[in-house]
Ligand binder design. Sequence first.
Ligand SMILES: [Zn+2]
Length: 155
Amino acid sequence: MNCDDIKLMISEYIDNELTKEKEAFLFTHLSSCTDCREEYKIQNSIQHEVKINLKDVGERFEQRVFDSIQKKELPLIKRWITKPTPAYINYVLGFAIIMITLFSFLQFSSLRGDLKGFQEKYEAAFEKIQFQTQQINLMMNSMPAVQIIGNPVKM
Ligand SMILES: [Zn+2]
């Protein structure tokens, strides 16, 4: 076996195509031949680079898939945010308006009740004043003062 055969074996070994017997033979040769050892190092590092690149390509592909998913999902979220007033907001607003209307109606009713009470009190007071005025008039008319005052004039 010469070094060219060994170089072929190295590439076979790296591709996992070498039998265990040949593997032992290869490493025996590599331990004694620096040229083949260098060749092994080069081929091994090339294989390593290829593996890294493949992994990198795989990762980049995953990233690309992930990015495209994100790009598809983002407009969905945007559409959801900028959606012109969803139906449930209209329901909530409608309910709020109904509640405010009901509340203000109740407030207005109680205010009207207060006003009515005030009006009744005012009317009662007015009636009382009227009654008192009548009483005073009656007292004045029944009073003989006019005659008393009139008498000295006549006299
Ligand atoms: Zn060699």
